[in-house]
Design a protein around this ligand. Structure first.
Ligand SMILES: Nc1ncnc2c1ncn2[C@@H]1O[C@H](COP(=O)(O)OP(=O)(O)O)[C@@H](O)[C@H]1O
Ligand SMILES: [Mg+2]
Length: 375
């Protein structure tokens, strides 16, 4: 895939930097180019009261453009090399694809040291802030909204895996990257870690990046990336949506199990419905059990036993009978916190510590070399 944004950068380099501070905006095929000044005025000088998220490589602000459009403005810290790489990745991945369940990139700013992405603004922030965040931001989501969020997110991932050209593995599916519009319609955001996944490639052997609590074990331990890593993370996400609890906190039972471990234990004890969020006073039991089971199928240890996202979509949207007997054992990666000796040589580099209490630690490990393995 050609990277349009490199063209953008070249274009900027060739221009008088004076020009770039005059507040003009430029248009390319898919992304608008914004000047730093125009984004500064859209956010009242990046005022803290306009801050709506972030903490990893920069801060996300709500902004209002001159034509009154609301936007989300994601600033990347100037010093971070990792941030620059994610900036390029993010533009490259989403400037060419459109889907109702993927956040729309409106434009970007490459102005002196500044690297900024401009997105459509989603009024209800993220699933993490609504469902798993502080009490002050909590919004009650009834079952029909939660089911629609699961199905919409599955549909977005299935699009990335099977329709986007080339195919894309997101690698960081989690509650803080699922954004919600005014009607709680979900849109997947944060493509900073995404990888292109051409059809003739079965897996990538890559640096491990993602978030503890959502990482598929084969990917966390061996750096083997397939679409099934997203399937695993999505399975964890379903369990969070049903339970209203965060997967990143080991907080269940006396053994302080992770949400995935706890769900599998409850299944063994035939107490599966105990995982359901106590805030959900009314819900269709059969459907909720089906969703939990989809979460179980997605979080199996053996990647090839997990369903594809197309199958997941079908399992969620149709009243199908899921044959539990086909379930094999659960896969759980507990992260460096509980793997002290085992993990010290591999997964020990923190990518970032999020300030959002509802989101867990992102990591990057360089224990394997990035390469593509053709089939
Ligand atoms: N388009 C948007 N509309 C509303 N809020 C957003 C938008 N994009 C990001 N946010 C908020 O900012 C947070 C961080 O954004 P994200 O793109 O995930 O960056 P990071 O790389 O820091 O994780 C999100 O979890 C969400 O709370
Ligand atoms: Mg994020």
């Amino acid at each position: 895939m050609s990277c349009r944004c490199f063209g953008l950068f070249d274009w900027f380099k060739g221009n008088d930097s004076q020009d770039q501070t005059q507040g003009q905006e430029f248009a390319t095929d898919n992304v608008r180019l914004f000047s730093y000044n125009s984004l500064r005025s859209a956010t009242s000088g990046f005022h803290p009261s306009n801050r709506i998220g972030g903490g990893g490589f920069g801060v996300v602000y709500r902004g209002v453009l001159r034509d009154d459009t609301q936007v989300a403005i994601k600033t990347l810290s100037a010093e971070s090399k990792q941030g620059s790489r994610e900036f390029v990745t993010e533009i490259d991945m989403i400037s060419n694809i459109r889907h109702p369940n993927l956040v729309e990139l409106i434009g970007c700013c490459v102005d002196d040291k500044h690297r900024i992405l401009v997105y459509e603004y989603l009024e209800n922030n993220s699933l993490a802030s609504v469902l798993l965040g502080s009490r002050s931001k909590y919004i009650a989501l009834d079952w029909s909204k939660r089911a629609a969020i699961c199905i919409g997110t599955a549909s977005g991932i299935a699009f990335l895996h099977y329709e986007a050209v080339p195919r894309i593995v997101h690698r960081d599916i989690k509650a803080s990257n699922i954004l919600l519009d005014g009607n709680f319609h979900p849109k997947i955001g944060d493509f900073g870690l995404a990888k292109l996944f051409p059809d003739n490639v079965t897996h990538l052997s890559t640096r491990v990046a993602g978030t503890v609590g959502y990482l598929a074990p084969e990917y966390a331990h061996l750096g083997q990336l397939t679409k099934k890593a997203d399937v695993y993370s999505f399975g964890v996400l379903i369990l969070e949506i049903v339970s209203g609890r965060s997967s990143s906190k080991a907080a269940f039972g006396v053994e302080l199990m992770l949400l995935v471990e706890w769900t599998w234990k409850l299944r063994e004890e035939e107490r599966l419905l105990e995982i359901v969020d106590p805030e959900l006073s009314e819900y269709p039991e059969d459907e909720v059990i089906r969703f939990i089971k989809v979460g179980l199928f997605c979080t199996q240890a053996a990647a090839h036993q997990r369903p594809t996202m197309k199958q997941v979509l079908e399992m969620l949207s149709k009243d199908v009978q899921l044959n539990e007997k086909q379930l094999t054992e659960a896969g759980v990666y507990r992260g460096y916190r509980r793997m002290s000796s085992e993990s010290s040589s591999s997964l020990n580099t923190k990518r970032k510590q999020s300030v959002d209490p509802s989101s867990s630690t992102n990591i990057v490990s360089s224990h394997s070399i990035t390469e593509m393995l053709p089939r």
